[in-house]
Every structure is written in C-alpha cells, then in structure tokens.
Design a binder for this molecule. Structure first.
Ligand SMILES: [Mg+2]
Length: 192
C-alpha cells in the first residue's frame, strides 16, 4: 500500500525562523505542532515529511551536519512532548547563485524532492497535501499534484494568494491539521 502524506515546509511553518537556522539549541516549534502531527498520524495514518530549501549550505553559512542537527532537535522535541516524530526530512542544499543549474533543480518550487520522497517511501501523492508559508511552497505542492495549505504568510503579500490559489489558508497549525483531516475524511472543508 502507499501512504497518504502531509508534506511540510520547515522554517516558519513548523518552527520559528530566525533566518538561516543552524543552532539546534534555539529551535522553537510553533504552538500546536506536536499535537497537530499527532492528530494527523493517529486519525488518518498520514506519513509526515519535511521538504525544505536550505541554501545556507551553498552560501557557506552552515553545514549539512548543522541542518541535520536542527532536524534531529525538532524530532526530539516532538518525541519528548507528544511521542510523535517526522518520518523524513528532505532538503535542497543548493542555490543557483552558488551551485550549478542542475544541482539547484531540487529547490522548491520544483517538486523534485516530493517525487523523490514518494518513490523512496511509497507515498500516495493523490491523497497528500503540502503545507507551507511561501509562494514556492504552494507552487511546489501544485507542481507535485498535491492539495495545498498556506500558513503564517505575510498578509501584505496577498497577491500571490490570488495567483496560486492554495486550497486553504489557515492562521495556525492546528487549524491546518484539522482542515486536512476533515477534507481527507470527507468533511469537504476545502475549496475545490
Ligand atoms: Mg518557510
């Protein structure tokens, strides 16, 4: 069987984003993240996968080891507080200003890492969702054929909402999870 999956952006979706986050000791998850992921897993059996652009590696700001340590810290917090964890973290370390065009193809809004995760983890993209705070997240979700949820977006950038038309716009993490669960189970909360 293939698994329905929630793909999450990382920075400013799961955790407070200080900009080029590399220190696991300052990781702070938003309210409701542990509870929300717990609900997604327990109610519908969703896999949870993070898809993140981490160009700070290409820019020389930090290493893959530091990105991995931040990701491990996120899972440690989730395990300690809610006894859940993210199933996998995928990230693109490249940026076209510092890397080749071919290398940079993994960056959102490309769906490349979503498709890679789907193949490696046996994920059912027809029953999956992408949740993120930026236009590139919504576009990535659309490019991968997923339903999309916009969270924590900058209100003054409302014009991209018109352009990309996310299926749902939420103001906090638990709302995102509850709308996904209702939609998935037939509650029809999404705009078609
Ligand atoms: Mg983000």
């Amino acid at each position: 069987m293939s698994f329905p999956t929630i793909f999450f952006d990382r920075d400013n979706t799961l955790n407070v984003d200080p900009g080029y986050l590399s220190n696991p000791n300052v990781v702070e998850l938003f309210d409701g993240v542990g509870e929300g992921i717990s609900r997604l897993k327990n109610s519908c059996g969703f896999k949870i996968v993070v898809i993140s652009n981490q160009s700070g590696i290409a820019r020389g700001f930090f290493s893959k080891i530091e990105v991995d340590s931040v990701n491990e810290k996120i899972n440690q917090i989730l395990l300690d507080k809610n006894n859940v964890k993210i199933d996998a973290f995928y990230y693109c370390p490249f940026h076209p200003d510092f890397s080749s065009a071919e290398e940079s193809e993994c960056r959102k809004p490309s769906p490349m890492l979503v498709l890679k995760a789907a193949e490696e983890m046996d994920l059912d993209l027809s029953k999956s969702y992408f949740v993120g705070d930026k236009p590139s997240d919504i576009e990535c979700g659309i490019n991968a054929g997923l339903k999309t949820v916009l969270i924590n977006y900058e209100k003054e950038k409302i014009d991209f909402v018109e352009k990309y038309k996310p299926n749902f716009i939420v103001d906090n993490f638990l709302n995102a999870c509850d709308f996904i669960i209702a939609d998935y189970t037939g509650g029809k909360t999404f705009v078609e």
